[in-house]
Design a binder for this molecule. Structure first.
Ligand SMILES: NC(=O)c1ccc[n+]([C@@H]2O[C@H](COP(=O)([O-])OP(=O)(O)OC[C@H]3O[C@@H](n4cnc5c(N)ncnc54)[C@H](O)[C@@H]3O)[C@@H](O)[C@H]2O)c1
Length: 324
């Protein structure tokens, strides 16, 4: 098993939702250095308060990781051993600005691959997305499920993954890929481009009826973000995972309606949701195969979906400013 203790670790997108949970998980593992690189497109310094309490030496660098020269300079001096690559432009932005967002997503991955190839650091843990698979062609969806991206975001995430894999095959870089399915939990961006759970919580807090796009029967496989963070750490720690891609998911399928009903119940909201036209290119069905994660990493989620949603609702109720 590889240890993160005494390693010099960088997290791109570390001030974001999953990135900040990962930084929490890394901060308690005794790294020699822990560096967050984020341009604060959606990141938030508040997300790093807990990690800073455990690890006051946390370095937070405001830098565009899609700028190759700017990123490269951060590897000079004290050096970096491991990069967790989580920076991204979110899916909804790719519907409004497909050219720009796809370009950035691909560059983010390409830059860390290239820096790894040049020896700026030793190990890359890249964060892919289940969106790259598109709608399930079979369930459960294993890591060999074909890529059939629906949105430019999904296509760019697929391209990023292919690039990381190609850098391993061509140049032998030490890399591993985690492929999370839908994440939820505290600190998910609740403002622009927000996900379904913060959006429903926000509407109910404003006494507005939650909105369902389409029939609400579309499904997702939800994982609590702190579990995803643990999975990413296990990917690094497990030497046999080197060169491999592993789904990070619960293996459980939940519909959008079930999620809305659970949030409504927890918040005492009695009215049914309002139905609107489906969103373009919305994935219809997602349900992950989780065997590889279990066998290779010993990864099983700690937090069940009802408990996770309750924790999430309570967190937003305590942090309503994160929904404004
Ligand atoms: N949230 C999910 O449900 C989900 C599911 C599957 C995969 N993922 C993947 O997990 C990773 C993290 O996603 P998230 O949900 O935490 O997103 P997020 O938007 O909360 O975090 C991404 C972070 O990247 C930063 N960023 C964007 N452009 C940057 C740039 N050019 N340079 C430096 N930083 C930049 C943002 O400011 C933000 O802090 C991404 O790779 C995403 O594709 C997320």
């Amino acid at each position: 098993m590889r240890s993160l203790s005494n390693q010099r670790v960088m997290v791109t997108g570390g001030a974001g939702f999953i990135g900040s949970h990962l930084v929490d998980a890394l901060a308690v593992r005794g790294p020699a250095r822990l560096v967050v690189v984020d341009d604060f497109f959606l990141g938030n310094r508040e997300n790093l308060r807990e990690a800073q309490a455990h690890y006051p030496e946390l370095e937070v660098v405001e830098q565009d990781a899609a700028d190759f020269d700017g990123l490269r300079r951060l590897f000079d001096g004290k050096g970096i051993d491991v990069v967790f690559d989580l920076a991204t432009i979110p899916l909804p932005a790719s519907l409004e600005r497909p050219l720009w967002s796809s370009d950035v997503i691909v560059k983010l991955a390409l830059n860390v691959c290239e820096l790894c190839r040049l020896g700026a650091f030793r190990t890359l843990v890249h964060c892919s997305s289940s969106e790259a698979y598109g709608t399930a062609q079979y369930v459960p969806m294993d890591e060999a499920h074909p890529f059939k991206a629906e949105t430019p975001y999904a296509a760019a995430k697929a391209a990023a993954t292919l690039l990381v894999e190609s850098y391993r095959r061509t140049f032998g870089i030490d890399m591993t890929i985690g492929r999370p399915f839908n994440n939820y939990g505290p600190r998910q961006n609740g403002r622009d481009f927000s996900g379904i759970i913060p959006r429903v919580i926000q509407r109910i807090m404003r006494r507005e009826t939650p909105v369902v796009f389409g029939d609400g029967k579309q499904t997702r496989d939800y994982l609590y973000a702190a579990d995803t963070a643990r999975g990413l750490v296990r990917l690094y720690e497990t030497e046999e995972a080197c060169g491999q891609t592993v789904n990070l998911a619960s293996g459980m399928e939940l519909s959008v309606i079930e999620i809305i009903e659970e949030v409504s119940r927890l918040m005492g909201w009695k009215e049914p949701p309002r139905f609107e036209r489906p969103r373009p290119a919305d994935v219809r069905r997602h349900c992950a195969a989780t065997e590889k994660g279990k066998k290779l990493l010993g990864f099983v989620p700690d937090v069940g979906w009802k408990e996770g949603i309750e924790r999430t609702v309570r967190w937003y109720q305590q942090h309503p400013e994160r929904l404004l």
